[in-house]
Write a protein that binds this ligand. Structure first.
Ligand code: ADP
Ligand code: MG
Length: 676
């Protein structure tokens, strides 16, 4: 399977070069270069075909074909054909050679786009009886001189020459349990589907294989990481933790209690915690972080809380101080804007162990920051605590327990793909007494009514956020926007204090603005998305978002989560005028649900996994056949199977699993360097 492609009859060095630009280097690559879609060429009666739809028809040639050339290369072939009692015009561009296949009175099969009004089928091509009886024609993405039909020819040839080398890699037992096609048959049907049914089976088989291999890899890493640990099993004093929880201003929800127990269990066990904590906005993750930090410090270690922004760091610092200082724990902030002397002092105290808990941005784990005995790192509101950061810690010789708290509920299917090597805890319950936020979608021309509404709330003593349009993330333009909106609203609400917040403010200024807002000295805060995550001002009841269609649903939900934190009814108003149907649908979804998990599922459906996380940031694996949205059930099954296999005797010793292990080996999974 790793043979060079030149072994295939018909592929010479020139073609090889071209294929290599498409990432096809070996026989295996060629066989696994799958079509990205299939065109359905099953012949259908014209009465069922919509305007502008692609169709394949069979008809009798009714007129002599008419071929015209335009310049050297362009041509148009027109022919009238009787199809299902209708006289339609078939028009073929730049395929003059088709003319010889068209004979008056004979039958032809051809495809194209159907123009219902003018009875034309255009832009298609002629089909042989053979192609149309198969019904499905694979479409490949191709480059340069390689055309789809070349590729089909090479693949067919590869099947002929290498048929006997195409081995099964799944054990018999799995094939029978799930009634899966064998590998060769599945591959063949992906390229040359004999029917739609067979194609589905072929895809099912290959997705399972892909997802199983992927999950085996993740589970293997997870196992390895667990075993690799010298074990920093902490002695947690359960009674002390209980006392701490008891002293909180509120009882924990059931979900919080459950999650805290999962975390404490990890801390006390002798493998390293690698846990993702998911909880909707406002579900109370911070207090869980505080409990975990408390437990770790009590057992003699230091803790760190990493957050994405300085504003959030400030805020966490103050809530952690409130909760932990009464227990004689020293909490400090390592801020990017600290004075040199101050910073040196903090670094010194971190190294000596005088500081128990440090809060800061990711700069916390950079060079020059040394800990006395770091036992727990918590990251808040970040999608990904990169492999890179874990590596930095490991290089320093520390293997602390790690807890990731994510702001954005991630659909389960994405969570177990992107974070497949992690344990997952979910807070799926809101603290009691919260009133659901009312969300409204307003068109821009209703702005004055929205302003009146804000006035009314401010008169009652409440506060409001106004989030400005996102033009380009963290760019000058965003700031200018905020400044403009701030000027406009300051005028409209001259009886009130309107504050301004954006990324270009100095850290001191930001802090001052946030403090004034927290104390209601500022009644309304106009801001860019810097307040997106984590900020907690319970008296704020209104969130107005300009140009809401520019934001992702997850982000809108995050922004909305800044209100509804107190006992008063809160409101979120989306000022938006989306043009597309998807855009409108997204605004509607926002008004329909307050549940971050439901929202994320629907967002995923609308946008697909690629866009879900934004940019290439996702850390999501790329699959050739599997689609983690459509194949989420398979993904679940594969995950369970993988988790079982990785700890089973037969997997490591049984002959049945040899091929599977070889496939993993080929991907470099067992190459332990990857872990360090
Ligand atoms: P998030 O999960 O979005 O980070 P926070 O931790 O900021 O949420 O919590 C939101 C608010 O809910 C905070 O004001 C916090 O004090 C409060 N809170 C957390 N847990 C509870 C609870 N069990 N009962 C009542 N209020 C709670
Ligand atoms: Mg939070």
């Amino acid at each position: 399977m790793n043979d060079s492609l030149t072994n295939i009859t018909g592929i010479g060095p020139r073609t090889l070069e071209q294929l290599e630009t498409m990432g096809i280097h070996t026989i295996k690559d060629l066989l696994e270069y799958f079509p990205f879609r299939y065109e359905d060429h099953a012949i259908r009666p014209l009465s069922e075909v919509q305007h502008d739809e692609r169709v394949t028809v069979r008809g009798t040639v009714h007129s002599e074909p008419n071929l015209r050339f335009f310049g050297k290369k362009k041509s148009r072939l027109t022919v009238r054909v009787l199809v299902d009692g209708l006289l339609v015009q078939g028009i073929f561009f730049n395929q003059p050679y088709l003319k010889k296949h068209v004979k008056l009175g004979e039958e032809i099969i051809f495809s194209g786009k159907f123009d219902r009004h003018r009875l034309m089928i255009t832009g298609g091509t002629m089909k042989t009886q053979d192609a149309s009886s198969q019904g499905l024609e694979p479409v490949y993405s191709v480059k340069g001189n390689i055309k789809v039909y070349h590729l089909r020819k090479y693949i067919k040839q590869a099947f002929e020459q290498y048929r006997n080398q195409m081995c099964e890699n799944l054990p018999e037992q799995l094939l029978t349990t799930y009634k899966l096609l064998n590998r060769r048959e599945a591959l063949y049907n992906l390229h040359f589907p004999s029917s739609a049914k067979q194609l589905i089976q072929a895809k099912r088989r290959m997705s399972y294989e892909e997802l199983l291999l992927f999950q085996l890899k993740m589970q293997y890493f997870r196992k390895k990481e667990r075993e690799a640990d010298e074990g920093q099993a902490k002695k947690i004093d359960d009674d002390m933790v209980e006392t701490f929880v008891h002293e909180l201003p509120f009882p924990l929800t059931n979900a919080q209690t459950r999650v805290l127990k999962e975390i404490i269990d990890d801390l006390t066990s002798d493998y390293r915690m690698n846990r993702l904590l998911q909880g909707d906005v406002g579900s109370g993750k911070t207090v869980i972080a505080a409990c975990a930090l408390f437990a770790v410090v009590r057992s003699g270690f230091q803790g760190a809380l990493m957050v994405p922004t300085e504003i959030l760091a400030e805020q966490h610092l103050s809530s952690l101080k409130d909760l932990l200082e009464p227990f004689d724990m020293k909490v400090a902030l390592l801020s990017g804007s600290a004075r040199v002397k101050e910073r040196r002092e903090i670094l010194h105290q971190l190294e000596s162990g005088d500081i128990n808990i440090i809060v800061g941005t990711h700069a916390l784990i950079q060079e020059g920051v040394n800990f006395h005995n770091l036992g727990l790192v918590i990251t808040d509101e970040q999608h990904r605590f990169g492999v890179e950061q874990r590596r930095v810690l490991r290089r320093k010789g520390i293997r602390p327990d790690v807890l990731f708290m994510t702001a954005t509920p991630i659909p389960r299917t994405l969570a177990i793909s992107a974070f497949g090597d992690m344990d997952v805890s979910i807070i799926d319950e809101m603290p009691k007494g919260r009133k659901p936020i009312e969300t409204h979608w307003a068109k821009p021309h209703m702005l004055s009514r929205v302003i009146d509404f804000m006035k009314k709330e401010l008169k009652k003593g409440r506060q409001a956020y106004v989030i400005c349009p996102l033009i380009e993330e963290s760019d000058k333009l965003d700031v200018q926007n905020a400044i403009d909106v701030h000027a406009q609203l300051s005028q409209a609400l001259s009886d009130h204090q309107v504050g301004l917040m954006h990324g270009r403010l100095h850290a001191d200024e930001k802090e001052a603005v946030m403090n004034d807002f927290a104390e209601n000295k500022i009644n309304m805060l106009v801001s860019t998305t810097v307040v997106e995550v984590g900020v907690n001002v319970p008296n704020a009841t209104v969130m107005v978002i300009y140009d809401a269609e520019r934001f992702g649903l997850a982000q809108l939900h995050q922004l909305r989560g800044r209100v509804g934190r107190g006992s008063e009814q809160s409101y979120c108003i989306l000022l938006a005028d989306p043009k597309s149907d998807v855009g409108k649908e997204r605004m509607k979804i926002m008004t329909e649900t307050n549940d971050g998990f439901e929202l994320s599922e629907r967002d995923l459906e609308l946008r697909g996994p690629g866009d879900f996380f934004g940019a290439k940031q996702s850390g999501l694996p790329e699959f050739k056949v599997a689609n983690i949205v459509e194949d989420y059930r398979t993904l679940e099954v594969a995950r369970q199977d993988a988790a079982k296999l990785i700890y089973s005797e037969v997997f490591w010793n049984g002959d049945d699993y040899k091929a599977l292990k070889e496939a993993l080996e080929a991907e470099g999974v067992f190459n332990n360097d990857k872990l360090d």
